[in-house]
Design a protein around this ligand. Structure first.
Ligand SMILES: [Zn+2]
Length: 191
């Protein structure tokens, strides 16, 4: 089975501060395994890890280039998806993300709420939606869909500038609109 590997990239000084976020990232990863199957009919084995950058790490000043290198070293047959503390410097995406073949990244925005109780509504709205955007590009591309960029951007624009709402799910992966743990793009018109 194809593998999708989420990598939460943080600074070495922040490891203990971000444990609550990493717990959310782990839950979000298994949610996306469900969502990709449900929305696109594609099965992935999903993995999730934390990667630490800093003075004592190989990744001293990571950017897209070093992440692409990391992806190559880990193996390009795995879809690596980086959740980073910096924005992509260049991208054709309308979210703060970047996509290439079997490679994705989004800028993971830090929520308020502290290490033990980071704001789930914030992470669902800012981060989870951007992950669904970048995932949608790559999965549509893998399915041979030629409009894998504009089709996603059309829907994204409708989410932000029209009345189309993001789709909410609970921790149990059931639809949940009142207090969703996860929010994603509406994939109904994509496939
Ligand atoms: Zn995009």
């Amino acid at each position: 089975m194809k593998k999708l590997h989420f990598i939460f990239l943080i600074r070495d000084s922040e490891v203990s501060d971000r444990r609550g976020e990493f717990e959310y990232v782990q839950d979000m990863s298994s949610f996306f395994e469900y969502w990709i199957r449900e929305a696109f009919g594609v099965r992935f084995e999903v993995l999730c890890d934390m990667m630490v950058s800093g003075r004592r790490s190989i990744l001293q000043r990571p950017d897209i280039h070093t992440l692409v290198e990391d992806h190559r070293e880990r193996g390009t047959d795995v879809y690596h998806f980086y959740l980073t503390y910096f924005r992509p410097l260049w991208t054709d995406c309308t979210c703060d993300g970047y996509h290439a073949e079997n490679f994705g990244m989004v800028w993971w925005q830090r929520p308020a709420g502290g290490p033990d109780a980071p704001s789930v509504p914030f992470m669902a709205e800012k981060n989870c939606t951007a992950v669904s955007h970048v995932l949608a590009h790559e999965i549509l591309r893998q399915k041979g869909y030629s409009r894998y960029v504009p089709a996603v951007h059309d829907i994204w624009t409708r989410h932000h500038y029209s009345d189309l709402r993001f789709v909410g799910y609970g921790r149990d992966h059931k639809r949940e609109d009142r207090s969703p743990a996860f929010l994603v793009m509406d994939a109904a018109d994509l496939v």
